[in-house]
Design a binder for this molecule. Structure first.
Ligand SMILES: Nc1ncnc2c1ncn2[C@@H]1O[C@H](COP(=O)(O)OP(=O)(O)OP(=O)(O)O)[C@@H](O)[C@H]1O
Ligand SMILES: [Mg+2]
Length: 312
């Protein structure tokens, strides 16, 4: 895990969170996930979430939280008692495009011999014969993997076999698509489903209010600013981080709110998911600036039009 030189909160990166100290919330989901791996045979889990909902950050947390270095005060880390192997696989990585390079990568991560053969079935045998301690393979963007032409029926069939018969092996899969959609996609592609006897079907929605407050509580924001951010981020972690950063980098005054609302408009999937759209419009005149915020909630069928933050 690379060292973290930036501030803890807000995370200054727009990349997935790597350092567990920068990862907030998801307590209920983590309980379910780690329950799947409490004992051998390990179970399998899928985490489904919209674009930028925090899937890759979750997988990074799962593999790095066990290293107790540089956590927040009282941050929980004792999810699993014994030592596990964690292998992170992102199907956007070209190395995952072919069975042999996929397996070579997994074997390398597990520090097992990986140059013995070019035949993927032989590499698969090495993997199966050498999984001695509990091992979790974290597979990000599974829908991309499923659609790769060289990862064929036989490859996915073998993955199912491993998931069904190797007790020390667990899978955690992430996707933007639901379980049903993935099953349908597999069927259309004539491939076996990549989801094996799913134990935990996790949804990555917004953080709970308490979790969002914990994140903001690690900053020097005023109570009023924190409240505004909670409301307008709709508690999505990426939006909390963005709005927090904009506020902390801004001058005194209220202009940051307009900038913040414009920024979060770039995440329509997240905002629309609760059926709320926000339109911001700023009007300058010789007396100052007024910001008009228009909110339309498809969810409740309500429309509001409010003048907000008049600075006269
Ligand atoms: N639990 C969390 N705590 C704090 N910040 C988070 C958390 N989860 C996600 N984030 C923030 O959200 C951003 C998006 O997260 P991430 O890249 O993991 O989402 P994703 O679902 O993998 O996105 P994509 O669908 O594009 O792959 C990160 O840059 C990070 O700032
Ligand atoms: Mg991702």
């Amino acid at each position: 895990m690379p060292d973290n030189d930036g501030p803890l909160v807000p995370a200054t990166t727009m990349r997935p969170i790597i350092h567990p100290a920068q990862f907030f919330g998801r307590e209920d989901q983590l309980e379910i996930i780690f329950a799947a791996w409490k004992r051998v045979p390990l179970e399998h889990v899928i985490a489904v979430g919209l674009k930028r909902s925090g899937k890759t950050s979750l997988l990074n947390y799962l593999r790095f939280i066990h290293n107790k270095k540089k956590l927040r005060d009282r941050q929980r880390h004792d999810w699993i008692k014994q030592e596990y192997n964690w292998v992170f696989v992102d199907f956007e990585n070209v190395r995952m495009r072919r069975p042999e390079s996929f397996l070579r990568y997994v074997l390398k991560e597990l520090q097992l011999p990986n140059d013995k053969s070019d035949d993927w079935t032989e590499l698969a045998e090495i993997l199966e014969d050498n999984i001695e301690k509990p091992t979790v393979i974290l597979r990000d963007n599974i829908e991309i993997g499923l659609q790769l032409p060289d990862l064929d029926e036989q490859f996915w069939g073998h993955m199912r076999y491993l998931g069904n018969h190797v007790s020390e092996l667990g899978f955690c899969v992430t996707s933007r698509h639901s379980l049903d959609e993935l099953e349908k996609l597999a069927e259309e592609l004539d491939k076996p489903s990549p989801l094996i006897n799913v134990f935990g079907d996790i949804k990555l929605g917004p953080l709970t209010e308490a979790e969002a407050r914990e994140l903001l509580g690690c900053t020097s924001l005023s109570k009023a600013d924190a409240e505004w951010i909670i409301e307008n981020s709709q508690r999505w972690p990426v939006l909390l981080q963005e709005l927090c950063r904009i506020r902390l980098e801004s001058e005194e005054g209220e202009d940051w709110k307009k900038e913040g609302l414009e920024k979060i408009e770039r995440y329509p999937d997240l905002l629309d998911s609760k059926g709320v759209q926000t339109l911001v419009w700023q009007d300058s005149n010789f007396r100052g600036v007024q910001t008009l915020v228009w909110q339309k909630s498809n969810f409740r069928g309500v429309q509001t039009l409010v003048w907000q933050d008049s600075k006269l």
